[in-house]
Design a protein around this ligand. Structure first.
Ligand SMILES: [Zn+2]
Length: 418
């Protein structure tokens, strides 16, 4: 492994000489600018090529769209006919507002407390390196497992996954992986507990179009677009408020258990003195898997009808898959996952993911997927300023995967595999 070249000039936290090589590798990966809108995916490919050689694992590159490559590293099991375990991570990160950061967001500075700052330190370059380092240690210890492990490194998760996992999952190369169970990203947890995600809310992006009578801005024009728009906004936002109350008054609810509604765009009008012939409003709605989607659309239809004549709506996005992953003890994958966690005295908190990740494509394909980023005692800073992970939490996470990966790769032959 290459020594950490810039360790000395980042200040604090001990010099590069005393740094764990796993931490140096994370910091090196954080420095690659795989940031939107123009991620340097070539840098990531070069990095992963080196990892493939270091680990002695064959690498396959699948170009799912022009310039968008999914990289696969494979550790073949002793019984390759069995379903495999997928360790998925995305290589891209979201942009930064550098002026709000304490340090350069792509310098991977480690401060005196051992906190490593960088875009992707939580979402989700830390997890990528934890997978890699856990496998490096398991291989070095001479371990083998019945089930094959595939590490996939996918592009474009942060821009919806359309040119990443969504396309890859339909690709013949994905089917060849013969996946039985997948791990993907989760979220940090500020307490002692670790959050695990077994489902996601469905995003619905709705545009509501309100036509009305045009006219001169000096008159009481009847049946205007703005009056309808106002009623539409009220109906949607009244529902928003009811859901907000429901979340706030129930101790056991998290964001993933309620429907959120946010008004995100308004369009309409041509001049100060012209009453417009149409005004449109858009909402970002996130619906938990427990909600009946047909009934929810009926509700939208009813609100539009109630708000006035000829109001229509369209979807820019309409997720319809409500598959969740079993967290029953009778499920062999969950039992392996949760038993390994229990053996490390970890407290797990099961939740519905409030936003969207690539796991939704995996679950939509009928495969079980758990969203898990082993970061407890860590504030949730994904997509935020000053995103960081502490060195000790990061290193503990490698140890967690050293226990989880063998457990999952040793799940006994399933009835469906016999
Ligand atoms: Zn992510």
């Amino acid at each position: 492994m290459l020594p950490d070249q810039d360790g000395q000039n980042t200040g604090g936290g001990g010099g590069a000489a005393s740094e764990d090589p796993s931490v140096s590798l994370l910091r090196e990966y954080l420095r690659l600018k795989t940031v939107h809108p123009e991620p340097d995916y070539d840098a990531a490919l070069g990095f992963l090529g080196r990892i493939s050689e270091e680990l002695g694992l064959p690498m396959k590159k699948v170009e799912v769209c022009s310039g968008k490559v999914v990289t696969i590293l494979t550790w073949t099991g002793t019984n390759p006919a069995l379903k495999s375990v997928l360790l998925n991570s995305h290589t891209d990160v979201v942009p930064v507002y550098q002026e709000h950061w304490k340090y350069d967001a792509f310098a991977a500075v480690k401060d005196a407390e051992g906190n490593i700052y960088g875009r992707g330190s939580q979402d989700m370059k830390s997890v990528t390196i934890q997978y890699i380092e856990a496998i490096r240690r398991l291989k070095a210890a001479g371990k083998t497992f019945p089930r094959t492990l595939h590490l996939t490194f996918v592009p474009d998760e942060e821009v919806g996954g359309e040119k990443g996992m969504e396309t890859f999952i339909k690709h013949p190369e994905f089917h060849k992986l013969n996946v039985g169970f997948a791990l993907d990203e989760g979220l940090a947890n500020p307490t002692e507990a670790f959050t695990v995600f077994y489902g996601e809310r469905n995003p619905w992006w709705v545009i509501v179009r309100c036509p009305g009578s045009p006219g001169h801005g000096s008159r009481f024009v009847e049946n205007t677009a703005a009056e309808k728009l106002r009623r539409v906004i009220n109906l949607f936002l009244d529902f928003r408020e009811r859901e907000r109350q429901r979340l706030n008054t129930s101790e056991c609810f998290t964001l993933g258990d309620v429907t959120t509604v946010n008004m995100t765009m308004v369009k309409g009008g041509v001049a100060y003195n012209v009453v417009p012939a149409e005004m449109d409003v858009s909402f970002d709605i996130r619906i938990p898997p427990t909600v009946n989607l047909q009934e929810f659309e009926e509700q939208i239809k009813a609100w539009c009808k109630q708000a006035g004549d000829d109001i229509t709506y369209d979807f820019a996005q309409k997720g319809m898959n409500q598959n969740t992953t079993s967290t029953e003890d009778s499920d062999p994958w969950w039992r392996a996952f949760s038993t390994a966690c229990k053996s490390m005295n970890m407290t797990l908190k099961k939740e519905i993911f409030p936003a969207a990740t690539d796991s939704r494509f995996i679950r939509a394909a009928g495969l079980p997927a758990i969203g898990f980023s082993p970061m407890n005692h860590t504030p949730i800073l994904l997509h935020d300023h000053n995103e960081f992970i502490s060195e000790s939490v990061f290193l503990k996470g490698i140890h967690i995967y050293e226990m989880l990966i063998p457990a999952l790769a040793s799940v006994p032959t399933l009835a469906t595999e016999a």
